[in-house]
Design a binder for this molecule. Structure first.
Ligand SMILES: [Zn+2]
Length: 303
């Protein structure tokens, strides 16, 4: 892929280094993954700080709940997370790349909204509203509460901002074995997918008789599919080729719940590696977000 001809989005904030929140610098997510590997999912549910890791790429609704319960409202956790300095000074290339991908998602989703090529959830979404991408280092204050890099990239529906610490790209390459520029682009496109869900009213969906984890899996797989739709539509303008597609599928595989060490399907919140690859692929092959209606799949087992 190439981004040199792609417009850079101005819906971008460089927040710099936040303080407090228990995060800090370095590669917190890297530490998290080594902990996850050692103690497994059951242990991680007990350890509050590790809990954050379960949420990487987490669905907005659950995220909001967690930020409120675990980070936002905890007595004594009043440290400032106001950003200081610049994140992009040390991560110029990652920031520029992220702005290019964000610009491309804006181009793609504006057109998709204009053409009404979206799943219908009973709300008229109107025109696409651009989200804002915030890059930060270590910790950040959001309308969903304070967060550290441990949670990985995420979307906050309360402010329509996407948050990413660029060190996560390194984590993908080194710890998740998911290298490549298109793998990184997929991460941004997935979070933008959550924003699209927010605008079209998908995040309020619930299938009768299903629990929160199952709803979460449907939300996450749809975001993967939307990321695929973006990839399909941007294929020509970004010169996306087969090797790029393989990078994204490899990344989708790497962040499947089973690949991250969860063996009990009932604990899945994001879908298995196979499911994440399949739904990304579905969006990428069809280029049609209406094919991404994970809520229309009646039988959860057939997702
Ligand atoms: Zn997600």
């Amino acid at each position: 892929m190439r981004t040199d001809n792609q417009r850079r989005s101005d819906n971008f904030q460089d927040r710099g280094r936040g303080s407090g929140g228990g995060g800090g610098g370095g590669l917190p997510a890297a530490a998290l993954f080594s902990i996850l590997r050692r103690i497994g999912i059951r242990g991680s549910l007990i350890a509050g700080v590790v809990l954050a890791g379960v949420y990487f790429f987490a669905p907005p609704a659950i995220k909001q709940m967690i930020f409120g319960a675990l980070l936002g409202g905890v007595p004594g956790q009043t440290q400032s997370v106001a950003g200081e300095g610049s994140t992009c000074e040390a991560h110029a290339e990652a920031c520029d790349f992220s702005r290019a991908i964000l610009g491309s998602t804006e181009d793609v989703w504006r057109a998709q909204f204009q053409q009404g090529r979206l799943p219908n959830y009973g709300v008229n979404p109107g025109q696409y509203r651009d989200p804002t991408l915030v890059v930060f280092s270590g910790a950040v204050a959001t309308a969903c509460g304070n967060a550290t890099s441990d949670v990985g990239p995420f979307y906050c529906p309360a402010d329509s901002f996407l948050y990413i610490d660029p060190t996560f790209y390194q984590v993908m390459q080194d710890r998740l074995r998911a290298p490549g520029d298109f793998a990184q682009a997929y991460v941004i496109a997935h979070e933008v997918g959550h924003h699209v869900q927010n605008v079209i009213g998908a995040t309020q969906r619930q299938v009768q008789g299903e629990n929160q984890n199952q709803t979460s899996v449907r939300v996450e797989l749809q975001a993967d599919c939307f990321a695929g739709v973006w990839g399909h539509t941007a294929q020509a303008s970004l010169a996306i080729d087969d090797a790029d597609l393989r990078e994204a599928l490899n990344a989708a595989h790497a962040i499947g719940d089973d690949a991250l060490g969860h063996s009990d399907e009932r604990q899945f919140t994001h879908g298995s590696s196979a499911q994440r690859m399949r739904w990304f692929r579905r969006g990428f092959d069809s280029g049609d977000a209406r094919q991404c209606d994970t809520f229309a799949v009646g039988n959860y087992g057939q997702l």
